[in-house]
Design a protein around this ligand. Sequence first.
Ligand SMILES: [Zn+2]
Length: 47
Amino acid sequence: MGKFTAIGYICERCGHRWVPEDQTKEPRVCLKCRSPFWNMKPKEIKK
Ligand SMILES: [Zn+2]
């Protein structure tokens, strides 16, 4: 096993997948759709 691990995030909103430069902290928003709810399932989002 190498040091590299494929740690990435998947946006629940638009399905965008990316690997952050700094993996020590989660991104606040999706890099594509800029949604702050990228880490939440649509069902969990209440208006
Ligand atoms: Zn997104």
